[in-house]
Design a protein around this ligand. Structure first.
Ligand code: G4P
Length: 536
């Protein structure tokens, strides 16, 4: 294995093995920001490469084009927060937290090695959690479950586990069990050590970290009575009826270790953080598009998983977020962009955030680096030095919302085209062109309608080309091949069907609804139609 960088291979391996790169997936309001803050409390902050999404004046990002973000109190930016825990370097990659999810959220999951699925104890599994979970499953990302807000009245622990098993098809294996029902949390007991009880006492002010005391099982039985015995019985019941914790099964996505707690009062958060260190996989070899793998100790490679323009009003810049996959990233190094074979220099490498940017000198596998003004880069790009590496393309998810874009002022068509192609490169929406409408009226395809708000806003404020965005009545997209496209071109399509070409040259047929699709497929069974990756 060759690695001609200045850092020895042994050091690259050591640095990679102490990295844990993860994201929190949840439905809005389940407590993601609160949990992120609580995790960071236990940690030594290394840099703040990313944003904890801000609500009600809490710490957050400022990005000018996203006034939208402020208006709605949501975060549409994502980056990474790096902190230390024990001997490890934790990279928490932020996922946007709005119910109106976008493709961005899904792509972030391609940059992590593990996800924490955060569930509100009172609400159980919610829609966005399920969707994000299905993306983790699709990408083979192992999932740790944290059931939050146990300090409030909520569902019963056994019912919550049953829901996970039934609705997500993954076996929950408790690592920690709550003592006391939701709303009357006494403390936690660890499955691996039932001789010890962690009791928590809330501090009157409410939002402060609860006080933790360690009690023996005998003391717990004496002082907590039924709560303690019930907890042990329930834990025993779950553990005896399930497969138990197994690292291989966790990494294969067959089981999810489960934790209970309350992010707000910091209950169970340290146990969760320890679990990320102990259970989540370190960065590992990545499969390459043409077969084989890129080993972590090989020379530098990384994947662009997000591009964000104009995060900083003073700079009007464009940042490509790269997850380091192998080797060492050193600022100023020349890297090759696999898609074009061209090289680019990485002089402006930062761990970013808003006004706070820290220059990155060195980054290791698992770390996230923001490359500033690397105009040639696109989402999904692979960068490398040494032996060529190209990772498989990031999945394009099945769009369910379609709208045709037209400039309000046709004399600004140059700005219009520039804006559309920039948004396309960033992956803000998928841009489709149909023969019927032509390039002057591209079809914007999205997995969530909020992506359209972003398009409207940015076309007007950033590219000075305000647009009309008229919703189309299609709901489904199917991929076809060249023969299919030919047959479709010849077929007499109704208004409920249209053939389009995406900028990556994929041919997509759009249908008004599943009835039209089924009828079409019955009438023309010879036309190849393949579903895209669903997010539901
Ligand atoms: P999000 O990022 O997932 O959208 O959720 P966020 O952390 O903003 O939390 C949503 C609400 O849930 C907040 O209350 C937060 O204080 C509360 N919360 C989070 N974790 C816990 C917990 O462990 N226990 C309890 N009881 N509440 C929790 P809010 O009143 O909506 O917002 P705020 O005014 O407190 O910011």
């Amino acid at each position: 294995m060759s690695n001609e960088q200045s850092v020895p291979v042994t050091q690259v391996l050591a640095e990679a093995s102490r990295r844990r790169t993860f994201a929190v997936i949840s439905h809005p309001d389940a407590g993601k920001s609160t949990l992120t803050e609580a995790l960071a409390l236990h940690a030594r902050a290394i840099t703040s490469a990313g944003a904890v999404h801000a609500k009600g004046g809490r710490r957050g990002v400022t990005s000018d084009w996203m006034e939208l973000e402020r208006e709605r109190g949501i975060s549409v930016t994502s980056a990474a927060l790096q902190f230390g825990h024990r001997e490890h370097v934790m990279n928490l990659v932020d996922t946007p937290g709005h119910a109106d999810f976008s493709e961005d959220t899904y792509r972030v999951l391609s940059a992590v090695d593990c996800a924490i699925m955060l569930i509100d104890a009172a609400k159980g599994l919610e829609e966005q959690t399920r969707k994000l979970f299905s993306v983790c499953r699709h990408r083979g990302v192992p999932v740790i479950t944290f059931i939050n807000k146990w300090d409030r009245r909520g569902r019963d622990a056994l019912t919550l586990l049953e829901d996970i098993e039934t609705h997500l098809g993954i076996t929950p294996v408790p690592v920690v069990w709550p003592v006391g029902v939701a709303g009357n949390l006494r403390g936690l007991v660890e499955a691996a050590d039932t001789e010890q009880f962690r009791r928590y006492t809330k501090v009157p002010a409410g939002t402060h970290a609860a006080i933790e005391e360690l009690l023996t099982a005998d003391e717990a039985a004496e002082q907590e009575g039924e709560d303690w015995t019930n907890a042990l019985e329930e834990l025993e019941l779950v553990l005896s009826s399930g497969p138990g914790y197994d690292q291989e099964a966790f990494e294969a996505g067959k089981i999810t270790p489960v934790f209970f707690g309350a992010a707000l009062t910091n209950i169970g958060v340290k146990l969760l953080l320890d679990a990320v260190v102990d259970l989540a996989p370190a960065p590992a070899a990545r499969p390459l598009a043409n077969g084989g793998h890129r080993e972590v100790a090989e020379e530098f490679s990384g994947v662009v998983f997000k591009i964000q323009a104009n995060m900083d009003p003073a700079h009007r810049d464009r940042i490509a977020f790269v997850r380091v996959c192998s080797g060492v990233f050193e600022r100023g190094m020349n890297v090759t962009r696999a898609a074009s074979g061209r090289s680019l220099t990485t002089k402006y490498a930062h761990t970013v955030f808003g006004a706070e940017r820290t220059v990155v000198e060195t980054a290791y596998p698992g770390d996230v680096v923001g490359l500033i003004n690397a105009a040639a880069l696109r989402v999904g790009d692979t960068l490398f030095t040494g032996r060529k590496a190209e990772f498989p393309p990031l999945p394009a998810f099945a769009p369910e919302y379609f709208a045709v874009a037209r400039p309000k002022d046709i004399s600004r068509s140059k700005q219009f085209r520039r804006g559309v192609s920039q948004l396309d490169e960033e992956g803000v929406v998928q841009v489709l062109v149909s023969d019927r409408r032509g390039e002057q009226a591209p079809v914007m395809a999205a997995v969530g309608p909020m992506q359209f708000d972003v398009v409207l806003h940015r076309m007007e404020h950033e590219f000075s080309s305000p647009i009309h965005l008229d919703r189309l009545s299609y709901q489904l997209a199917r991929k076809t091949n060249a023969e299919g496209a030919e047959a479709l071109a010849k077929a007499r399509l109704t208004d409920s069907e249209v053939l389009t070409r995406r900028s990556d040259q994929a041919l997509l047929a759009l249908f008004a609804d599943k009835w039209h699709l089924n009828a079409f497929q019955r009438a023309k069974p010879e036309i190849y139609l393949e579903p895209l990756i669903a997010t539901a």
